[in-house]
Design a binder for this molecule. Structure first.
Ligand code: KG4
Ligand code: ZN
Length: 339
């Protein structure tokens, strides 16, 4: 079964053709990042406008690269939540129009379920159940994936997402948006022990995260150094910050796996590109004889192939949309595909 999928939840306009949830036939991503860089973050209004301009060409290109037209496609899929509402609406309305015109079934896909599915495209042997750490610009969740379309969030951030914290720390050090990747690179040649940064202590759900205290601590450290006119030890600060974030994420992720009896751990989302997070998760899994999976770097960020992968399983579960499909800025990952 070939699915033509569309993703427009943030600042990438993307389309892909994916076969049976596991094989990428084509994948096209048009990024707007250079324009948002000027403002130090995504400007929602600009994002919506660029999606409108790009979506037709991106979808055509995905079909062309797959050497097909709509007659070779069995279903359409689109990200409908969560994300920037104006951005999501561009993809949802385009997909609805295409579905109405072609008669092809339309599959609504939750963006974070798509991030998890990016692993199915690389690791063809990977099947639920597993425990997944979904870390992106907007979310930090520990998710029990009991089946392809059956999920439960058992821990999440109480404030900033991990990616957001990376981006804010990087921005304060003068790195361009999105800063996570630049901070990760700077950290490679830094000393993580050069600075002591706090680790959050939370009451209540033991699997929840908090990154705002850490973010404030690192911003204060940078501002104090700047006020004293000191040369900023960017590499050391980056290394200490990266270690603090990864420690927080992994402490809860591993504890949850031990407590709930999972021996298959999966990373997903933009922050799963972080080199220390990948290395340390693999190390912790190897120590315990657990299996560890993460997406290839090319599929960590937003793309439509991951949406096409998850869509296949939503289709098998009967989660189809009609012309009443709407976009939503927020939505629990446990909500079924219908809206
Ligand atoms: O999943 P994603 O592409 O978009 C959202 O759905 O939010 O995630 C983007 C986030 C950004 O915050 C970006 O800085 C972060 O992922 N990111 C990284 C790295 N590469 C991307 N954070 C830390 N280290 C990286 N290597
Ligand atoms: Zn994303």
């Amino acid at each position: 079964m070939k699915i033509l999928s569309i993703e427009s939840s943030c600042d990438e306009t993307a389309a892909a053709v994916v076969e049976n949830g596991r094989k990428i036939i084509s994948s096209v991503v048009a990024t707007q990042v250079e324009e948002h860089k000027l403002y130090g973050g995504v400007v929602p209004e600009i994002a919506s406008r660029r999606h409108c301009e790009s979506i037709n060409g991106v979808v055509k290109e995905a079909l062309a690269q797959a050497e097909t037209d709509l007659s070779g496609i069995d279903a359409l899929a689109v990200t409908y939540a969560p994300g920037l509402i104006g951005a999501l609406l561009v993809g949802v309305n385009f997909a609805k129009g295409l579905s109405l015109a072609s008669g092809l079934p339309l599959i609504p896909v939750h963006h974070l379920r798509g991030h998890i599915a990016s692993n199915y495209l690389e690791h063809t042997e990977l099947e639920p159940p597993f425990l997944c750490l979904v870390v992106s610009g907007g979310h930090s969740h520990i998710v029990e994936v009991t089946d392809y379309t059956c999920m439960r969030v058992i821990g999440k951030t109480r404030d900033d997402a991990a990616g957001e914290a990376f981006d804010k720390a990087a921005r304060t050090m003068g790195m361009p948006y999105p800063g996570g990747i630049h901070l990760d690179k700077a950290a490679q040649s830094g000393d993580p022990e050069a600075f002591r940064l706090p680790r959050p202590k939370l009451s209540g759900n033991m699997y929840d995260f908090s990154f705002s205290g850490l973010k404030t601590a690192v911003i204060n450290l940078i501002h104090n150094a700047q006020q004293r006119g000191e040369q900023l030890p960017v590499n050391d600060i980056s290394a200490a910050f990266r270690k603090a974030v990864v420690d927080s994420l992994l402490t809860n992720f591993i504890a949850a796996a031990e407590q709930l009896g999972y021996d298959k751990l999966v990373l997903a989302g933009g922050v799963s590109a972080n080199s220390l997070l990948r290395e340390r998760t693999l190390e912790e899994c190897n120590k315990r004889g657990w299996k560890c999976f993460y997406p290839p770097l090319s599929l960590c960020g937003d793309n439509a192939a991951m949406i096409g992968s998850q869509a296949y399983y939503e289709y098998l579960a009967g989660n189809l949309a009609d012309m009443k499909l709407n976009a939503a800025a927020t939505m629990d990952i446990a909500t079924l595909g219908k809206k």
